[in-house]
Design a protein around this ligand. Structure first.
Ligand SMILES: [Zn+2]
Length: 344
């Protein structure tokens, strides 16, 4: 068995050095007709329309994503219980988020086996390759659904034990549901990063994890905590196999990668948002973001300065991911030497 700390580097080697992460889930679910105006946000679809989640996962796989992230970002036992679900039902919904993604991967592999061409004329990429399912764990602020995942301000009374206990059962259930990775996403402050790191140890979680922060200024994480100190938490854990940034405007990404690189030799992941800003009060997106073309034109630069996993967060689409896949293809070809991937 591969030691947990080598799982990501092995995967990246199989991918030819760089891997593609999927794009925005909630915004795609809305495009497919889901109404997500709810504290559960994308997790609401676990209840109402799991088939849409599967469709979006498949769209991303067919756009070239090597890693798909489950719809559990805002899925918490406490959130489901607030909606009147029992503990048992809540745990079942968490498991379901992983099952849907695993199912989408199976469907994708079957489609690959049925066709041999790649890519197909309509831009669908059907290529057998290693694909990872990452179980999303959003921050405590994401559960609060009051925008505090974008401020990192949980109040002075907040402490490590509270955060660990808030996430504990959810992380255990997700880890036991068969994902390849746990994606701690949009982590807004150092305290929550510590909570995640300690939880992995305390609960003996054997699924490798990544830790992804967000930033509003290109220097610190959103709470104002030092990015270096946050990344150091990932660096000190063998169970955390990659670290990086998500849900942050593209214009900040390059500097953030350079800062992260000073603290860790672990693979760096980035999946920025489209650059539009989210207004937590109105729950709407404001401002115009960068164009898809501008976003994708940064991808090579980001890889040159140290990123090895690239995807998109809110408001990015399968088209964005398809362009990232195409952009990274030449990079992958030049770094792949005799790597054979056998689908088991
Ligand atoms: Zn986002």
């Amino acid at each position: 068995m591969v030691p947990v700390e080598e799982t990501m580097s092995d995967f990246l080697r199989e991918c030819g050095g760089v891997a593609v992460i999927d794009g925005g889930l909630a915004t795609e679910l809305e495009r497919h007709g889901a109404n997500l105006n709810d504290p559960l946000w994308s997790a609401k679809c676990l209840l109402t329309s799991p088939h849409l989640i599967r469709t979006v996962h498949l769209d991303y796989l067919e756009a070239g994503a090597d890693i798909i992230i489950t719809a559990s970002y805002q899925a918490t036992i406490q959130g489901f219980e607030n909606k009147g679900y029992s503990l048992e039902e809540s745990e079942k919904l968490l498991r379901k988020s992983v099952e849907i993604a695993l199912e989408a991967r199976d469907v994708y592999y079957n489609r690959c086996r049925e066709t041999s061409s790649e890519p197909t004329p309509d831009g669908i990429i059907l290529k057998e390759r290693p694909i990872l399912v990452a179980a999303s764990v959003g921050s405590y602020g994401a559960y609060l659904a009051d925008g505090s995942e974008f401020s990192g301000e949980y109040g002075d009374a907040m402490d490590l034990e509270f955060l660990k206990n808030f996430h504990r059962q959810r992380v255990k259930i997700l880890a036991d549901s068969g994902p390849d990775l746990i994606a701690f996403e949009t982590v807004p402050n150092k305290l929550e990063a510590q909570a995640f790191g300690q939880l992995l140890e305390e609960e003996g979680i054997i699924v490798p994890a990544w830790l992804s922060f967000n930033s509003m200024d290109g220097i610190n994480v959103v709470s104002g905590d030092s990015l270096s100190e946050c990344v150091a938490i990932a660096e000190s854990s063998k169970k955390i196999v990659a670290v990086g940034i998500n849900c942050t405007p593209p214009r900040f990404i390059q500097d953030l990668i350079l800062s992260i690189k000073k603290v860790t030799a672990k693979p760096i992941l980035i999946y920025p948002n489209s650059g539009e800003s989210y207004d937590a009060a109105t729950k709407e997106w404001q401002d115009r973001g960068v164009s898809e073309k501008d976003f994708v034109s940064c991808v090579n630069k980001w890889c040159e300065v140290g990123a090895s996993l690239v995807g998109g967060c809110c408001r990015t689409t399968p088209d964005t991911i398809r362009e990232i896949y195409k952009t990274l293809s030449s990079r992958r070809r030049s770094s792949t030497h005799g790597v054979d991937f056998v689908l088991t």
